[in-house]
Unconditional design. Structure first.
Length: 145
């Protein structure tokens, strides 16, 4: 008997990084003991997020997306909607342009510290960022020469 095993979302990281990458603009907002990370994700995007270390509030300000947590069926979310997101990695497919806010209770305001505290970035993603930076530097040097 053949048993099909779905890959974990973590196992998808190296495969997703081989695909064309787009830039999703991110902005950061702070209030008393509140940090809001907002990201715009264009329609038609398949996005695999970093693994969140704990549950947090998510505000889908606008748009429509299918969200898959790696367990069960994908859930359709349509903004405006605020919901509790579980810890872990999520895979989303945006059916419409989406503005998503992740909301955390913290007094920290340093972005690098927040990222290191709130999410686990895969080694493959970190390695790809280094390679991308080196390629951009080489392209810039080539333009100057």
């Amino acid at each position: 008997m053949l048993t099909l095993v779905e890959p974990s979302l973590d196992e998808l990281v190296p495969h997703m990084l081989k695909e064309e990458q787009i830039t999703c603009p991110v902005s950061h907002h702070f209030g008393p003991n509140v940090y809001v990370r907002a990201v715009f994700i264009p329609a038609g995007t398949i996005a695999l997020g970093h693994a969140h270390r704990s549950e947090h509030l998510t505000n889908l300000v606008r748009g429509k997306m299918a969200v898959y947590t790696g367990a069960g069926e994908p859930v359709l979310k349509e903004g405006p909607d605020m919901f509790l997101s579980p810890a872990g990695r999520k895979l989303v497919y945006t059916l419409e342009d989406c503005l998503v806010q992740n909301i955390y209770s913290t007094s920290e305001t340093d972005i690098e510290t927040l990222e290191n505290t709130l999410v686990d970035k895969s080694n493959q993603w970190t390695d790809q960022q280094i390679v991308d930076g080196q390629i951009q530097l080489l392209e810039h040097v080539a333009e100057v020469l």
